[in-house]
Design a protein around this ligand. Structure first.
Ligand code: FES
Length: 282
């Protein structure tokens, strides 16, 4: 273990962070050493170590940051700078399920804003707030590179594609009631703490979890197929917006998004060719 660096305090002196209980400390230290050993420079292990301490308390506490600093020979200021920069680290207690609604441009115009507003009213919480039962934390999230499936909702970083206000409401109701919910693709859902441990670099040992992660979704791959001449540019619109209640897209099912519909171009729409409008009488 490395001695923590000398810290220069510019403000009011702060009380030392409380220590972990002895048994927790022993367990976390063994896990942390396993993570640190993967890197030639110990400080490179900071990101996974922050996930590790997050897996213990559900957020990155002062205790967790002091633990990381001590094991990596960093100052708590250095650890704090990293922990506060990345939004995947939570700085206060949060729910078992972090429900993130993408409200970046594409998802927003495709219904993300409406989904967020509906969930806010339905759950009675605002952005970055947790329901009283401690089950769900609601938050705006940035683009998750799944714009093909907009609007996207993520629960503990698992994808729920092509959502509507109605389907997202059913989703949070199921989470709160403890019913099993299946992400549209990827590994089975687990709690926020369990997710944090996987992100720390410990294998997901649930049966079938690794196999379930699969590859890119069909809507993401269609451009590649078109480029290779493996698919014809025909309309393939399958919009779950018209689905019957309770009829969610199934994992692995072909559920291309409405964005895949070819646009009307001069080639496909000869009545409206592209180019400068002809002057009358020409
Ligand atoms: S804008 Fe929502 S996933 Fe990209």
């Amino acid at each position: 273990m490395t001695a923590p660096k000398q810290e220069v305090s510019l403000g009011m002196p702060q009380l030392p962070a409380p220590a972990y209980p002895a048994d927790v400390r022993v367990r976390l230290e063994a896990d942390a050493k396993e993570v640190i050993a993967r890197y030639p420079d110990s400080r490179s292990a900071l990101l996974p170590l922050l996930h590790l301490v997050q897996s213990e308390e559900g957020h990155v506490s002062r205790t967790g940051m002091a633990f990381c600093a001590e094991l990596l020979g960093l100052t708590t200021a250095e650890v704090t700078a990293v922990a506060t920069f990345y939004t995947m680290y939570r700085r206060r207690p949060s729910g078992d399920y972090q429900v993130g609604v993408c409200t970046n441009t594409l998802c927003a115009v495709m219904g993300g804003d409406a989904i967020f507003d509906r969930l806010k009213d339905h759950l009675g919480v605002g952005n970055d707030e947790t329901t009283e039962d401690g089950k769900v934390t609601l938050e705006h999230i940035e683009c998750n590179a799944a714009c093909d499936f907009a609007p996207v909702v993520m629960v503990n970083w698992e994808f729920f594609d092509n959502q509507t206000p109605e389907s997202a409401t059913r989703l949070v109701d199921d989470l709160i009631a403890g019913r099993t919910v299946e992400p549209t693709r990827g590994a089975p859902l687990c709690t926020y703490k369990e997710t944090a441990r996987i992100l720390a670099g410990f294998p997901d040992e649930r049966p079938g979890a690794v196999e379930a992660t699969g590859g890119a979704g069909a809507a993401s791959l269609i451009g590649l197929k078109l480029a290779k001449g493996e698919a014809a540019p025909q309309a393939r619109v399958v919009s779950p917006r018209g689905e019957a209640p309770g009829d969610r897209p199934q994992k692995g099912a072909e559920h291309l998004s409405s964005h895949d519909a070819p646009q009307q171009t001069s080639a496909s729409d000869p009545d409206h060719p592209a180019g400068p409008a002809a002057e009358e009488g020409e």
